[in-house]
Design a binder for this molecule. Structure first.
Ligand SMILES: Cc1cc2nc3c(=O)[nH]c(=O)nc-3n(C[C@H](O)[C@H](O)[C@H](O)COP(=O)(O)OP(=O)(O)OC[C@H]3O[C@@H](n4cnc5c(N)ncnc54)[C@H](O)[C@@H]3O)c2cc1C
Length: 416
């Protein structure tokens, strides 16, 4: 247990007055303590143990804050904007590059993104990541105190046999109401403000973000410089720094973070990642459902009225172009049937490409010296805050906010 890695993390987590003690005084433990620049002394042990160890950090080794760095974040979707904000908050100077002349025109350009988890009744790194990233996202958006976060709650419907089975196993695994509560059809309809077709479970901490407005808030941090209409064509990495190539100019950075969604393969070879088209439909509001209070998710989803219309999502197809298709509107309407029976009028649509990995976990970490924050699939608003914190901690050499198995499961090199 008392490995070098643990002592190293202890040192990184310590302040000047931190102390530690351990029951063991084995040679290996002492060696690991010394090699991590901690100091120890022998003390009288408990019970039949002759000695134990007590220790502390060399005061000179305490890092007050990590050194301010010049960092490039490529991509201004939800993943790039949250990461830029976190780095800026820690004192780094961040340039955000976006190839388009506006932010959030990629997968994050949907108007709203619904923030909710895909939970499992069984423990696995994937399940832990889904749970922790959801809780983290909800409190991250709370702390921003922005009008672009609507903490309305999210209702997940049990609309067929498999969703019912899944919800029953979740309810058995977590009978408390800390994360979610079961609502029958009447309760769900009353809480939602419209007549629904099935019961399900309600996540109080869920909600939805108005993505562009939220990203604008994040990018207004004084340490962030947004550079639009600048497609990064190449990144060259040396031992000490990185050069990025844009419009025949070359700029140097201490660190580069790739947040380019499905378009990432142009800059870095990342196996295991593929684009998946999705189309949402903007639905005219009607007195039948204008009072809907929170998003309803079944095989598709239906949102409350935001900026005059409701968002009905979403298709999942292999079509490669970004033209809004009637077929995919029809697909969305079909999914809506499970949610409610009201007639809807579609006003318009929007197509995006999700960056999907083979195992549905994002690619987070370092690949060839570049920080990678992509592959957020269908859950970018839920996964991006925790992933940004992981990348920021990797850059600052701080202990990571996720357990080792989760970090390995997210590793940006796992399909190489
Ligand atoms: C139809 C649909 C519905 C969805 N619904 C939800 C939902 O309800 N809730 C949810 O959480 N998620 C949802 N998702 C998923 C979510 O949209 C994504 O997970 C998220 O937007 C990914 O964000 P991102 O920042 O990683 O990528 P993107 O938003 O795609 O951002 C990447 C950015 O990088 C820029 N870029 C790329 N290459 C370069 C380059 N070389 N130089 C400069 N800039 C570059 C792009 O222009 C783009 O702005 C949905 C996705 C789709 C398609």
């Amino acid at each position: 247990m008392w490995s070098r890695e643990i002592f190293n993390q202890l040192r990184l987590s310590s302040h000047r007055d931190s102390t530690f003690s351990t029951y063991t005084s084995a040679r290996l433990v002492k060696d690991n303590i010394e090699s991590c620049e901690l100091i120890y002394e022998l003390a009288e042990g408990y019970a039949n143990k002759r000695h134990m160890l007590k220790g502390r950090v060399h005061a000179v080794n305490i890092k007050k804050t990590s050194k301010e760095k010049k960092i490039a974040v490529i991509g201004s979707g939800i993943a790039g904007c949250i990461l830029a904000y976190k780095l800026a908050q820690r004192g780094h100077k961040v340039d955000v590059y976006e190839q388009n002349d506006e932010i959030c025109l990629g997968a994050s350009g949907n108007g709203i993104l619904i923030t909710y988890p895909r939970l499992s009744a069984f423990d696995s790194p994937y399940a832990r990541f889904c749970l922790h990233s959801f809780l983290y996202a909800s409190s991250f958006y709370d702390r921003l105190k922005t009008d672009a976060w609507h903490k309305s709650g999210v209702f997940i419907m049990n609309h067929d046999d498999s969703s019912l089975k899944r919800q029953n196993s979740l309810l058995n695994a977590r009978p408390d109401k800390t994360l979610f509560e079961e609502l029958n059809l009447e309760e769900a309809s009353e809480r939602a403000g419209i007549k629904l077709n099935h019961g399900g479970i309600f996540f109080e901490k869920g909600g939805f973000i108005e993505t562009k407005a939220l990203c604008q808030d994040l990018l207004s941090h004084s340490n962030i410089n947004l550079i639009l209409s600048s497609k990064i064509e190449k990144i060259k990495t040396d031992i000490d720094n990185h050069r990025i190539f844009v419009k025949e100019e070359v700029y140097e950075y201490k660190e580069v973070c790739l947040c380019t969604g499905h378009a990432s393969e142009d800059l870095l070879d990342l196996p295991g990642l593929s684009p998946k088209r999705g189309q949402i439909s903007y639905v005219d509001s009607s007195k039948d459902f204008e009072n809907l209070k929170f998003p309803i998710c079944a095989s598709g989803y239906f949102s409350p009225k935001v900026q005059g219309s409701h968002v009905l999502g979403s298709s999942y197809s292999d079509v490669e172009n970004d033209i809004v298709l009637e077929d995919e509107h029809a697909d969305n309407k079909n999914k809506l049937k499970a949610i409610h029976d009201f007639k809807v009028k579609i006003l318009d649509g929007k197509v995006g490409f999700r960056a999907v990995t083979k195992d549905r976990m994002p690619l987070i970490g370092i690949n060839k010296g570049i920080y990678v924050n992509i592959g957020h699939g269908s859950r970018g608003s839920t996964s991006s805050p925790l992933c940004a914190e992981i990348i920021a901690d990797l850059i600052d050499g701080r202990p990571l906010p996720a357990d080792h198995e989760v970090v390995i499961a997210l590793d940006a090199n796992r399909f190489n």
